[in-house]
Design a protein around this ligand. Structure first.
Ligand SMILES: Nc1ncnc2c1ncn2[C@@H]1O[C@H](COP(=O)(O)OP(=O)(O)OP(=O)(O)O)[C@@H](O)[C@H]1O
Ligand SMILES: [Mg+2]
Length: 362
């Protein structure tokens, strides 16, 4: 990790100190221990409640050791004797890297890729790093990709990001929520219609044509009725479509990304999903692990969500701990909703704490 920029703010010790600290949101706080005894202890306790903010003390040569021990017990990380020497500053450097490696809070540090698109996928865990590596390498190929993962793990986000990373990014990305379309309408939605195909049918392109030279995202592909699976397979193999009510064969140049939260190989065994189609859409696979298997991503996601534009909330350490303890069956979507609810429950208080966090035990 390299530190390119250090901003130092000097703030006085007074009743406004914590408010000023909240505004600055520093990575590290250095307190002069010559600040009055009881005030200093109170300050350290308050700072410890400010998430991820290590505290270092600066002590006078004649500082009372009892006072130093008391401050360390309150949660101060290190102390540096005055005046500062280059050696003393090494302690500072260690404390900074400790804070970053322990809490993994600076998302920029694990999102050190060149592409701003891949950095939309928040997370520092090994699991999410390997998902990102697969995304980067698969986006270069034109082969079909199957995304597997529970509800809310980020399949839509990942599909769209792969499109943005690919050579097809200047053409359209068309997501189709196959489970949400009545089975009678799936084919007209995918392949389009010509006037007269059925009563009131207008001439219009389907998703395959709209996604020409771009990416078609077939979400919840496991829900596609068997009857539609046959036709989809033929189209993917022949790379041409015919609109409903039309006769002309239209060539298609579309990259397919599919996603499902069901066990598709089991659906194949149970004859609910065609094996040939399964092989056709599953050239490359990315499995996105559930949040409970990569809990170290939780603090980073919380930080990201709470720093989104328009959000003015922060969270206490005990609040983060409560969120880490939950198993998140609804994954990141559930985490996002829980934080939204917590903000509403916190009302005027901009610092969410554990009492504001109501987990939906469903
Ligand atoms: N790694 C991540 N970084 C940032 N945001 C994420 C991440 N993963 C998911 N999200 C966010 O979580 C929410 C749910 O993600 P998404 O809709 O992509 O999940 P999904 O796997 O498609 O769920 P479903 O199976 O229910 O359709 C979205 O708001 C998305 O932006
Ligand atoms: Mg989805």
């Amino acid at each position: 990790m390299s530190i390119h920029n250090i901003n130092i703010s000097l703030i006085p010790s007074n009743p406004e100190t914590i408010v000023s600290l909240n505004k600055i949101n520093p990575d590290i706080v250095i307190i002069d221990l010559d600040v009055q005894d009881d005030k200093c202890s109170q300050l350290i306790t308050k700072i410890q409640n400010m998430i991820y903010t290590p505290t270092i003390l600066v002590t006078g040569i004649f500082s009372n050791p009892v006072k130093i021990i008391k401050a360390i017990k309150m949660g101060a990380l290190e102390y540096i004797p005055k005046p500062f020497t280059p050696e003393n500053l090494l302690i500072l450097k260690n404390a900074i890297s400790k804070s970053i490696s322990i809490v993994l809070i600076n998302n920029k540090d694990c999102n050190n890729n060149n592409s701003p698109f891949i950095n939309r996928i928040i997370g520092c865990s090994k699991q999410i790093q390997s998902v990102k590596e697969l995304m980067l390498s698969y986006s270069k190929s034109g082969a079909s990709i199957l995304l597997l993962g529970e509800s809310g793990v980020g399949k839509n986000l990942i599909a769209e990001t792969i499109h943005k990373l690919s050579k097809r990014s200047s053409s359209r990305y068309i997501p189709v929520h196959t489970a949400g379309i009545p089975s009678t309408l799936i084919e007209s939605e995918l392949y389009g219609t010509n006037t007269g195909a059925f009563t009131d049918a207008r001439s219009r392109p389907g998703c395959f044509e709209s996604a020409s030279k771009g990416t078609l995202f077939l979400d919840e592909i496991g829900e596609l009725p068997l009857s539609s699976q046959v036709k989809l397979l033929r189209i993917l193999e022949e790379k041409t479509i015919t609109r409903l009510g039309g006769a002309r064969q239209i060539p298609i140049d579309v990259r397919i990304i599919s996603a499902t939260n069901i066990d598709l190989s089991k659906a194949v065994r149970n004859k609910l999903f065609r094996q040939d189609l399964y092989y056709r859409i599953n050239t490359l696979t990315i499995s996105i692990p559930p949040l409970r298997e990569r809990k170290e991503d939780i603090p980073v996601l919380i930080d990201f969500i709470l720093k989104e534009p328009g959000s003015k909330h922060s969270i206490t350490t005990s609040g983060v701990e409560k969120l880490i303890d939950h198993s998140w069956p609804g994954n990141i979507r559930e985490l996002r909703n829980t934080l939204e609810r917590s903000k509403a429950l916190a009302g005027e208080i901009t610092r969410i704490d554990e009492n504001h966090i109501k987990i939906d035990e469903g």
